[in-house]
Design a protein around this ligand. Sequence first.
Ligand code: GLA
Length: 379
Amino acid sequence: MTHPLAEKFSTTFGAQPDLMAQAPGRVNLIGEHIDYSQGFVLPFAIDLYTSVAIRKRNDGIVRIASSQRNQNFETFKVSEIKPGYGTGWAKYPLGVLWALGISEGLDIFIDGKVPSGAGLSSSAALECSIAFAINELFHLGRSLKDLALLSQKAENDYVGVPCGIMDQSISLLGKSGFALLIDCSDLSTTLVPLDLTRADLQLLIIDTGVHHALVDGGYAERRASCESAVAKLGITSLRELTMDKLEKSRGLLTETEFVRARHAVTEMKRVLECVEALSNSDFEKVGQLINQSHTSLRDDYTVSCPELDTAVEAALAAGALGSRMVGGGFGGSAIALIQASKTTETIKAVEKAFSSKGFKAPRFFTSLPSQGAELLSRR
Ligand code: GLA
């Protein structure tokens, strides 16, 4: 039986793809807004994937189509691919071709199942599915870490979003059944078993439906505050800081820089405590750390919003062990660690809280820790 993606590819481009691959979105258990401060993060890949079918061409033309765009394709010249060339969503695949230094023509068909703007890293899933596919197609022999860095480069320098390295890393390196502790100072990783089912738990993802776009400026502003704090403190990254040192240097910083740095220092500590708690299957403690993370993101980092806070409060009131916003913030999704038996009850409680505040109805997903990028087939 032909794969539905291969069928879509051949309907659009009139030939079979050479290769198909996929890469997932992610949620982050804990460790938010600290990847760009050389911190630790603990995300896992979710079972929502962007898949891509790809075929070489010998005329220097790149055609890109997507099922989200009625399968129509856009046409580009590979010789012209450099930052500034292409618009809208096409900048993501073009950026990856640029970062990987591709000089041959291609037909690319994309089928994205990671909802965009939901804080679940649809952009990284798109970049990484293409980077992974190209690496296989041209036998480039790049490591997954290299592909993560090149995908981040595409997003930073081609799309123009100053994201950190977390999303691309987990999309490429995720392993089914595990969260991944990533040390963002050197991209070293440790697999952390996360068997929620055995503990009768469930990770509920609550998509607030509120628009979130990292390009809007709030994200860049947070990064800039961290960088100016680092410069004023004469250190190389917030990773070097302790609460003690930060308190002692308070006078050197503006109030904003101080609270941003406080979030980073406390969040890095929480991530390591969470890994420890998970190794003891102490999910009560994991829940508490998740809650503290949300409070810090809401009050010190100020990246939450009323819908995210409402989701978190309603989930906790319904008995969640922990709940917090995930991703860049200003909208997007929250997660709630709940007893699996309370899933329906929690969903209803959040829906009720949203409707009583006049918010648009949220969407819900659940996902176990899933597999990172993988090859689907090759001709
Ligand atoms: C976005 C960015 C990541 C990370 C998170 C916040 O998802 O792409 O690099 O900074 O926000 O933790």
